[in-house]
Write a protein that binds this ligand. Structure first.
Ligand code: NAP
Length: 337
């Protein structure tokens, strides 16, 4: 079969931190769009921690990934051929088109065209996309930080964490980040404007968190789960609210870290699970609020780009080791037609 569609496929399923040789580069066939379908060319690929779960064969609302399957992922993509009346050649959309250069997708499920006036194209998979909506849902709907309250977020240098803290600050809270290096903490305080940031890879980080939150913690957006959720739980104030958003440590194996609920019960805390897809219909409202803030430099997220699809596995491994600094994105192809 003639190729022409570079793809990254799964080579093997296994537990543990992913490695570059869990993936392989393949030369796939150029997809042919059928009736009602679009042929799209991927421009920016979003790397997201949950993909790690799928690589082990865990279901995450998508089909299971088996060896030989193209890794799935969300892209900013340009329509290069259209058999659907609602889309024209040149339109740009956000779609789940995987780790490959080209894909054929159903027009009926292709989603909205990107409003290219809102910001650079890559922001539609970052601050003006799913990570931004996740943060907005947590802060605006679930935690609703009060004026003068203390709001803490883990993985604070990443896209979800960075936006959470900035939105909480805009609501009048004190924003404290937890992140995995001094460099990330610098980004969190100097660029994102959090009031403080604690590097949890230092021995005394729990004491440092206490010092950064002298009045205790009223709201916690948990991007990490496991031992960190447990540790922050001990510093919650009565009636605190916690958003349960991510557990990247648990994406590595089929066993989950158990959580002792005693501290949360003692604090009469509210634990709220978040699934961003529940808020998809709120995207226009979020964009109305966030896009002007991004344009005016009042809502910031650093993007961590790498160029070339063949570099996606190494960039993903960096993300899963916490070595990314900002939203992990692969530039797959040129923006222009
Ligand atoms: N529930 C939902 O609907 C939803 C939607 C979007 C995202 N999420 C989740 O929200 C979290 C943040 O997403 P994001 O896109 O902003 O990711 P991200 O921050 O760019 O990347 C994940 C970060 O998690 C931190 N981390 C802590 N412990 C880790 C561990 N054991 N293994 C790997 N990383 C670890 C690392 O930062 P440090 O160096 O600071 O530790 C790493 O950079 C993720 O868990 C993601 O799956 C959930």
């Amino acid at each position: 079969m003639a190729g022409g569609n570079k793809q990254i496929v799964l080579k093997r399923q296994r537990d543990g931190v992913p490695a570059v040789d869990d993936f392989a580069v393949a030369d796939g066939a150029m997809p042919q769009p059928g009736p009602g379908q679009l042929l799209v060319r991927n421009i920016y690929l979003s790397l997201d921690p949950f993909i790690r779960k799928a690589m082990r064969g865990d279901h995450h609302g998508y089909a299971l990934l088996n060896p030989g399957d193209v890794i799935y992922g969300r892209n900013v993509a340009r329509v290069v051929r259209s058999n659907h009346p609602d889309y024209a050649v040149g339109d740009v959309i956000v779609a789940d088109t995987g780790w490959q250069q080209f894909a054929a997708i159903d027009g009926a499920r292709a989603g909205d065209r990107i409003d290219q006036t809102l910001g650079p194209l890559s922001t539609s998979i970052g601050v003006l996309g799913m990570p931004g909506l996740t943060a907005w849902a947590s802060v605006t709907h679930l935690i609703q930080p009060a004026l003068g309250s203390t709001f803490v977020v883990s993985a604070a240098a990443g896209p979800v964490g960075a936006i959470c803290g900035q939105l909480a600050k805009r609501a009048g809270a004190r924003a404290v980040g937890i992140a995995g290096s001094a460099e990330k903490c610098q980004l969190v305080t100097r660029t994102y404007g959090f009031d403080a940031c604690v590097n949890y890879k230092t021995n005394d980080w729990e004491e440092a968190l206490k010092a950064a939150c002298p009045d205790g913690i009223d709201g916690y957006h948990d991007n990490v789960g496991g031992a960190m959720l447990q540790a922050v739980g001990k510093q919650l104030n009565h009636y605190a609210t916690v958003t349960l958003c991510g557990r990247p440590g648990d994406y590595f194996s089929s066993t989950f870290t158990p959580i002792q609920l005693g501290a949360f019960v003692g604090k009469r805390a509210k634990l709220k699970g978040l699934v961003v897809y529940d808020y998809q219909q709120d995207m226009p409202e979020y964009l109305r609020i966030a896009a002007p803030l991004v344009r005016d430099g009042k809502l910031k997220v650093k993007e961590d780009h790498v160029s070339g699809l063949e570099n996606a596995p190494a960039h993903f491994v960096r993300l899963m080791k916490g070595d990314n600094v900002g939203k992990a994105i692969v530039a797959v192809g040129p923006e222009k037609v």
